[in-house]
Design a protein around this ligand. Structure first.
Ligand code: NAD
Length: 437
């Protein structure tokens, strides 16, 4: 790849500035290591390898806002648009203190593979603001969101880059983004983001889509392993958007939810948690802690308890070289992005007794229904929840079958198979378009 002024990669220019600083971020290093393995497997030529790997655009902005106490505070926000080859970039916006450019780049890269695997007409994007939304008032969050959206206006649009909720953001944040962008354009532009409230042309089924997909694929994996779903057991880490809906759908299939955790701690009930009561408790108190019909358990130990399905649905790098040898699940359903480190992956693959549903397919329900929302917005359709969920399950089932067949045929791990299908798709699209000029 040529850097600025025709510099060689690794010597000087953009490449040598951006690459080392990105590689220092452990989440990006993980995504890059996975990419390199897949590129080796596909025997991708050096030029395509470089073009597929590196993002098209990095946008970093400062976001000054007035705090409630009158102070002005400056936050740092990022948006990475990984690939525009197959359509606009698509991906979440994260509000979390640990947000940085390397992490956002890794997440954007995974979004590209996810969209390609699901055959959606998008490239991957991801954004984030380094902030602690739990310590901010609604007014401060609104000012932060509106100012960030204004800073992004030159770089986003329904045909360019479309954001959605992720960790620390929700449909209210998407509503403020829609309003800011629409006010700027002079008319309502619902297709600027997905994951909006229904009254602003959000899609039925979008809120539960990611968790529903995690549970749907976990039940498929149980079937493939010759086990019955009704009466199976599950442990779920995280009880936000993804975790809580994973729990609800699994429970609706008759799966016993033995334990769940969130940032406040972990809870356990041998007979299975009463999910309805737990949801009410969390709606009332804001966390799973203190739920009366359960015992507390160490959050680290929770992941190592025996169960059929273990679904990490909170953070990256929680399945590590330390706990991977001790996992006692048959299915690892990766609801979160990047929950398993490459070392843990190697350990689990060598063990061979854990069916991994890798993140790029496991949590693809969210972006798939975001695609449905975007299509409905353009066409002014309003699909029913049943239509949305049926279409979602059809696409997930198709991609899952492709991944498991490819893994069997080549005797490779599911993660490698999933990313290989995706990266081949992106590389082929780049080949077809050729290199401009
Ligand atoms: P969220 O903010 O709604 O929820 C995050 C949850 O994780 C909260 O319950 C929080 O308490 C919990 N958590 C934080 N730290 C924890 C810890 N140390 N131990 C246990 N739990 C902890 O976020 P979300 O939208 O549910 O996203 C969760 C993951 O799923 C992220 O990796 C995100 O990128 C991924 N994801 C989200 C979507 C989506 O549609 N929201 C789609 C695809 C992937």
């Amino acid at each position: 790849m040529r850097g600025f002024a025709g510099c060689n990669p690794g010597e000087s220019g953009l490449h040598s500035i951006v690459k080392p600083s990105l590689l220092q971020n452990p989440v990006f290093a993980m995504a890059a290591e996975q990419f390199d393995q897949v590129a080796d497997f596909l025997d991708l030529g050096e030029d395509l390898r470089e073009r597929c790997k590196w993002p098209k655009r990095f946008i970093s902005v400062t976001v000054p806002i007035r705090r409630d106490d009158g102070r002005t505070e400056v936050f740092f926000g990022h948006r990475v648009q990984h690939h525009l080859t197959r359509g606009p970039t698509k991906g979440g916006l994260r509000y979390h203190p640990a947000v940085d450019l390397g992490e956002i780049t890794a997440l954007a890269m995974w979004m590209t593979w996810k969209c390609a695997l699901m055959d959606l007409p998008f490239g991957g994007g991801k954004g984030g603001i380094a902030c602690d939304p739990r310590s901010m008032s609604a007014g401060e969050l609104e000012r932060l969101t509106r100012r960030f959206t204004m800073e992004m206006i030159p770089f986003i649009g329904p045909e360019t880059d479309v954001m959605a909720p992720d960790v620390g953001t929700n449909e209210q944040i998407m509503a403020w983004m829609t309003d800011t962008y629409s006010t700027h354009m002079g008319h309502l532009v619902p297709s600027i983001v997905t994951g909006k409230p229904l009254n602003l042309q959000g899609s039925a089924g979008r809120t539960r889509a990611t968790g529903h997909g995690v549970a749907f694929l976990a039940s498929n994996a149980l079937h493939q392993s010759g086990k019955t779903v009704d009466g199976a057991s599950a442990i779920v880490q995280g009880f936000g958007n993804v975790g809580s809906h994973t729990v609800s759908t699994l429970a609706s299939y008759g799966v016993r939810i033995l334990g769940v955790s969130d940032v406040s701690g972990a809870i356990w009930n041998d007979r299975g948690l009463d999910v309805q009561k737990l949801r009410k408790h969390v709606a009332r108190t804001g966390s799973v802690a203190g739920f009366k019909e359960a015992e507390t358990i160490d959050p680290g130990q929770l992941l190592q308890q025996p169960c059929d399905i273990l679904a990490p649905c909170a953070l990256d790098r929680v399945i590590t070289a330390e706990n991977a040898p001790h996992l006692r699940c048959s299915i690892l359903a990766e609801g979160a992005n990047g929950p398993t480190t490459p070392e843990a992956d190697r350990i689990l693959n060598a063990r061979g007794d854990v069916f991994i549903i890798p993140d790029v397919i496991c949590n693809a329900g969210g972006v798939t229904v975001s695609y449905f929302e975007w299509v409905q917005n353009f066409q002014h359709y309003l699909w029913t929840e049943r239509e949305v969920i049926t279409r979602l399950e059809t696409l997930l089932q198709k991609a899952f079958t492709q991944v498991t067949r490819m893994a069997k045929r080549h005797k490779i791990p599911h993660r490698l198979a999933a990313q290989a299908i995706a990266i081949r798709t992106v590389a082929d699209a780049k080949n077809s378009r050729g290199l401009f000029p």
